[in-house]
Design a binder for this molecule. Structure first.
Ligand code: 5GP
Ligand code: ZN
Length: 109
């Protein structure tokens, strides 16, 4: 299986990495929707949030908290997970978006 985010996690494909720990990596989104737009992914491949386990989600959210502090997002930020077709998921490797440093509105916006 050829998965873009598996290849980013393993270093086969380059990305602007901002965080790495034994379970997760985080990198800048290639098409940022806000001044801060970071993707946090598990190193292990899971297609989506329904097909992962709670321990993996905990590692991801530990990373999100650390990144939010490092990026000085104490003025607020948004964490997004797009799941499946109607959710707008385009990459089938579990990932969470961190969006910050602009005023966000509840959808649409
Ligand atoms: P989704 O729509 O699946 O929730 O989000 C996928 C995200 O991956 C999009 O925001 C898109 O810009 C980002 N993305 C797609 N291809 C690449 C890539 O090659 N490198 C990086 N850094 N981000 C990517
Ligand atoms: Zn993958």
């Amino acid at each position: 299986m050829d998965c873009l985010f598996c290849n980013i996690a393993s270093g086969k494909i380059g990305a602007e990495l901002l965080h790495e720990d034994p379970h997760t990596v985080a990198f800048k989104d290639i098409q940022p929707q806000a001044p801060v737009h970071i993707l946090v992914i598990p190193k292990k491949h899971y297609p989506n949030i329904l097909e992962t386990d709670s321990q993996e989600i905990k590692h991801i959210f530990d990373a999100i908290k650390k990144i939010a502090k490092e990026q000085n997002l104490d003025d607020g930020f948004r964490v997004v997970n797009n799941c499946g077709e109607l959710g707008g998921q385009t990459i089938n490797h579990l990932h969470f978006h961190i969006l910050g440093k602009r005023q966000l509105k509840w959808p649409p916006g």
